[in-house]
Every structure is written in structure tokens, then in C-alpha cells.
Design a protein around this ligand. Sequence first.
Ligand SMILES: *Cc1c(COP(=O)(O)O)cnc(C)c1O
Length: 403
Amino acid sequence: MPSAQPLPPTPTRLPRADRIQNFRPSVFTETRELAERHGAIDLGQGAPGLSAPRALLDDAMAAIAEGHNQYPPAAGLPELRRAIADSRLRRSGIRYDADREVVVTAGATEAVTAALLALCNPGDEVLTLDPCYDAYEAAASLAGARLVAVPLATEGDRFCLDEAALRAAVTPRTRLLLLNSPHNPTGKAFTAAELAAVARVCLDHELTAVTDEVYEHLVYDGAGHHSLASVPDMRERTLVVSSAGKTFNVTGWKVGWACGPDRLVGAVLSVKQFLTFASGTPFQLAVARMLGDEEEAWTAELRSTLQRHRDLLRTGLEQAGLRTYRCEGGYFLQADVRGVGYLDGARFCRDLPARAGVAAIPCSAFRHGPQNPHTDRLVRFSFCKPADVVREATSRLTGKWRA
Ligand SMILES: *Cc1c(COP(=O)(O)O)cnc(C)c1O
């Protein structure tokens, strides 16, 4: 903060705790500013530009008007917990007790953070894959734990799991494994065989798993979603995290949840009661109705829309000379900038708004480990925007380098 006067030499000059020393304004803020300055289309951010189901919005407004505006139970409204349990049973065949094995959270983010705070001691290690969602490192460091990120391998146009590397990263301090599938930022959806490999590592080393499945409905090309909890023997050691935000295009509502054995869900609840206690009563009610009645029809429609937008973006990027990686799920496509004369994705992203009127985020912004020559030349573009926005962005890119 700018200040005309020198600050007094008191301890108030050093108000930041060690555990937040690495917290910086995120690359998303920087990219948004750069995009605004150049009137660029922002394909950096992952906020959906698509509308939510009308019935969901109407239900939330009705719930507010009807007076559902006070604290819900800390574990979440019973209607919503039942709807979540029913949905998981219907879709993955796994049964969760709505009273003891489901907890509603302020988005998936609170579920992940509360899980790490609840399950890790200072000095413990949390195993994940690199690159990864930026909140994971922050959550680990709030818990005093260390995030150990094992690089995803690449093979042709795919990202893949390196089971040997994952196994080699386990130490006596490893407490849990944090897996995100479909994966942000790569667009990878882990295959059943890869999940079986992850499960072997967890079972051999007695690790608890936390899976972030916020894109569970957005798996393309008919592949279908696989959860680590569905692998034999994994249900009892896996906390499955998801959220309404990406499924129904209501990221601002922050209605998320975690399902798992009661010892894990109870641990999350014991922390979250002192983080937010509870949130979003009318939104919880509306999401409960949506999960019950119209989840399948809505998500099938959204999936096919986003798959079309993915294809539009992929074609546009390829025509512009950027080779893309296969996107199997979620909101994002990775593109290699070498085809247009760059060696470094971060450099490309700094130039892109002025050069083409488009903004994107370098894959290196999600890297936790040391420099990685394979992924540092990649750039993440999101396609969760209206078709005309995706089309306009690709037309701005086309011919920019090859002409
Ligand atoms: C968007 C996103 C989240 C955030 O979910 P909320 O429900 O908004 O907290 C969590 N994990 C991943 C991988 C995401 O992309």
C-alpha cells in the first residue's frame, strides 16, 4: 500500500505470517488487467460465460422470497445432502449416508482446504500432480504441510500419469494424495487404468485420497467420468469433492460438498464449522432441487455445448499454428507456442493481448515444481464462453503468425 510517511518501527510492520509468505496476487488478476488494457478477449479466466438453468435461478429467488435466509446446519441442508447422496449413487453406484457421509461446503475450495487442515500435521507432505490448481499449494501451506507435485508425463498430444514417479515421491511424511480429474489446467481426464495405478500407490502406502471432481460432468467424446472412489478398496479412504459451480454455471454461489467415510467427512466438518460454519441457504435449496430433477438432462446439454466450443477453439488454435494437446474434460485446452516462434508460454502470454487481442494463461503459472521444459512452453485457453466469443477469439488469432 502506498504511504507518504515512513511506517513506525513496530512489529505491525511485519504483519504477514510465515505460512502466507508465498501468497501473491494471482496470475488471473494480472491477466485480467492486461486483457482490459488491450481490449482483449479473456480466455485466461475459468469463469463460465454461459448461463445457468432457468429453473435453478427461479428456485433460488423463490427460496429467498419464501424466507430461507438464515444459517443452515453446519453440515448443509438435509435436502441437499440427500440429493448429493442420491446423485452419487445413481451415477457412480457408490452409496453414501446423507447424515454422516456428506458435508456441504462453501465451494469445492473450502472442502479441499478444510480437508488438508483437518488431516495434515505440520511437516506432512501432500502428494499431487504437476501442474495443478493453484489453491492446493495455499491449502497445504495453511495446514503447515508441504505440497509435493509430481510432473505429469506427456506422450504425443496427451498428458499421462507416471506411476513410478508418483510412487517414488512417497516418503514416510506423505499423508495424503490430492487428485484432480478432469484436470485443471491440462484438460486431462484420468483413465480407469491410471486411477487403478493411483489406487495402488494409496493402498500400498496407506494414504488417504482427496479427489477434486468439480468437472465430473464435463468429460467429452462419450468417455464418461471415473472416480478414484470407485476403484476397489478406495471408497473407505477417499474424500470426493465436487461443486455446483462448474456443473450449473453458478460459480458465484459457492455451493460445494465432500462425500466419504464418516471419519473423513467428520474431520472436514469439524474444521469447516470454524471457517464459514455454513453458507448459502437459498442456493443450497435450489441446488438440491436441480440435482434431484434435472441434473442429467442439463449436464448432457452443457457437455455437448462445451465439447463444440472445445472443437471450435482447437480448430482455431491449430489454424493459427498452435499445436494443441488433447482435452478430455473440463474447461481448458493447452497449446504449444513453439509453432508460432516462441519458446516460453509466459512470454507468449505477455505479448498475446497486444498482438492478437486475446488473453491466456501460461501453464507455468500452475507449475509447483522446478522449471519444466515440456510444460513451460504450453498455454492454457478456456472455452467455457459463448460460441460467438470463442469464434471471435479464434478469428483474431488466425493469420496472426503465419500471414
Ligand atoms: C474452479 C475449480 C475449483 C473451485 O470450485 P469452487 O466450488 O468454486 O470452490 C476447484 N478445483 C478446481 C480444479 C477448479 O477448476
